[in-house]
Design a protein around this ligand. Structure first.
Ligand SMILES: Nc1ncnc2c1ncn2[C@@H]1O[C@H](COP(=O)(O)OP(=O)(O)OP(=O)(O)O)[C@@H](O)[C@H]1O
Ligand SMILES: [Mg+2]
Ligand SMILES: [Zn+2]
Length: 489
């Protein structure tokens, strides 16, 4: 393959920049009205069009065509920029020229008038890589920009840029490009290159690129080099590591049904099939995110074009799971992705994530429900160890519902919890005299409390020893009785 497809297909006009209309329209208006800012900051994820748009703007500023038609891509200036030989366009990669000397040199040259065009234009890519002193030098230049100079700073990490620099720039945030728009662009490119493509195949490539057009075009490039004249779903699946969507849906189904065995069997099959577990995990997180969106909104329109059948399965999973479990699963599988680096048991991180999500994490707070009053605790047979065995999906948030997935939400009494917590030491003193030193010591391990109108939940963090001690049938009722007596309820 000669030039990479994504280079060949670099956008050359504002109209060709896909999915960033909020940027290109504003820039075109500014050009038309002759109100172009001295400095711009283009921020956003990689491969979304920042450098391309910066070059198009540079062209438009120096193009010799009538105002409404800039950039024309025909005039000598436009052509010189396209071919990378325009003297008045200075592109600096801050990743490799990040010293204060580099910026001083820039400052010294900034004073000179452009030699060919109307404007001397500096594009500083990866600007967040500049050193602190280099930023200061840049700031001086931005504070007193020569009239014939324009700056375009680009970055994937705007939070690393000093506020003083940002405030000198007009800022545009490039967004991740929605999958359907990427797919449409891929279809255009494939067609122009003399190929046809299954629309599902392109949509799968697009979704996989997660908003990054460069990655999407690269993957398409890979498909086209297979030699077939049609890009098919089968090809794409193979290239992505043979993870089929049904496996992902089934796996999340197993999580929703809390069927660890089914999930483990699926992982086993994927491993023996040689599928990419990383890719699989990415898709599991993506699917869980969709479930979360459905749980919050029940609006499938918020999901990128998915087959109706998949949406139905997701809706069922959204009903089956509770939101805290979904959130915990998203976090847990995102971590697992990073742990999947080879190892002698490559699937282990995934299996552990599955089990922790389904069964509750070992290190998660073990919650004892000490039901008050005393008599109710006895007659209802509330056994602390039973409660504690259920999963507690969000480690930092003990709740009285104790994550029994389908139970009605319980109203938490934050005021009483606060009151209880503020007098915890006094309560421990009471426990010490009424129930003994051991119980009081164990209760010191309590990290947090939650209260409802009929129950108190104690979170022990990872201290199972203390939890088990309090949960003993001959201790728990006395501790609960002391509690209700202490508070008079
Ligand atoms: N919005 C877009 N519309 C069309 N093509 C795009 C778009 N964004 C990126 N591309 C394609 O990806 C390639 C790289 O884009 P570009 O260099 O503009 O991205 P970038 O945002 O500067 O990325 P990075 O942060 O990695 O520098 C382009 O040559 C083009 O083929
Ligand atoms: Mg760039
Ligand atoms: Zn031109």
């Amino acid at each position: 393959m000669s030039t990479a497809l994504y280079r060949k297909w670099r956008s050359q006009t504002f109209g060709e920049v896909v999915g960033q209309e909020h940027v290109t329209r504003t820039l075109q208006n500014a050009l038309r009205d002759g109100r172009v800012a001295h400095a711009y900051l283009f921020s956003g994820p990689r491969g979304t069009g920042k450098t391309s748009t910066a070059r198009i703007l540079a062209k438009a500023l120096n193009c010799s065509a009538p105002e409404g038609e800039r950039p024309c891509n025909q005039c000598p200036t436009c052509q010189a920029i396209t071919e990378g030989r325009m003297i008045d366009l200075i592109e600096i990669d801050a990743a490799s020229n990040n010293s204060v000397d580099d910026v001083r040199e820039l400052r010294d040259k900034v004073g000179f008038r452009p030699s060919e065009g109307r404007f001397k234009i500096y594009i500083i890519d990866e600007v967040h890589m500049l050193s602190g002193s280099a930023f200061n030098a840049l700031l001086k230049t931005l504070e007193e920009p020569p009239p014939h100079t324009r700056f375009i700073l680009a970055t994937t990490e705007p939070h690393k840029i000093p506020a003083t620099v940002i405030s000198r720039c007009q800022r545009f945030d490039f967004r991740r490009i929605p999958a359907p728009e990427i797919a449409e662009h891929l279809n255009h490119i494939a067609g122009e290159e003399g190929f046809s493509a299954e629309s599902d195949a392109l949509l799968t490539i697009a979704r996989n690129a997660q908003g990054c057009m460069r990655d999407a075009i690269s993957l398409l490039d890979q498909m086209l080099s297979f030699g077939a004249d049609r890009v098919t779903m089968a090809q794409v699946k193979q290239a992505l590591g043979a993870v089929n969507t049904q496996a992902v849906v089934d796996f999340v189904g197993a999580i929703a049904a809390r069927e660890a065995g089914q999930g483990l069997a699926l992982i086993h099959k994927l491993t023996t099939d040689g599928a990419s577990l990383t890719e699989f995990s990415h898709q599991v997180v993506e699917q869980l995110r969709a479930v979360m969106v459905l749980q919050m909104t029940n609006d499938p329109a918020l999901l990128d074009d998915l087959p109706a059948e998949t949406v139905q399965q997701m809706q069922q999973q959204a009903r089956q799971m509770d939101l805290p479990t979904t959130l915990y699963a998203i976090k847990r599988f995102s971590t697992a992705v990073n742990e999947l680096k080879g190892g002698f048991q490559p699937q282990l991180p995934l299996e552990m994530a599955l089990i922790e999500v389904v069964q509750g994490e070992a290190a998660a707070p073990t919650i004892v429900t000490a039901t008050a009053p005393y008599a109710a605790a006895r007659s209802a047979g509330v056994s602390a160890s039973q409660d504690a065995a259920k999963p507690a999906p969000i480690p930092s948030a003990p709740t009285a519902t104790n994550a029994t997935a389908k139970s009605e939400p319980v109203a938490l009494d934050a005021e009483t919890a606060r009151r209880l917590w503020s007098r915890w030491k006094e309560y421990l003193a009471v426990v010490k005299t009424q129930c003994g030193q051991q119980a009081a010591a164990a209760l010191q391990a309590v990290r947090d409390v939650a209260v409802t109108d009929h129950a108190v939940a104690l979170a022990f963090g990872s201290n199972e020893f203390s939890r088990n001690l309090i949960a003993k049938p001959d201790v728990l009722p006395d501790v609960a009785a002391a509690l209700s007596k202490f508070f008079g309820t």
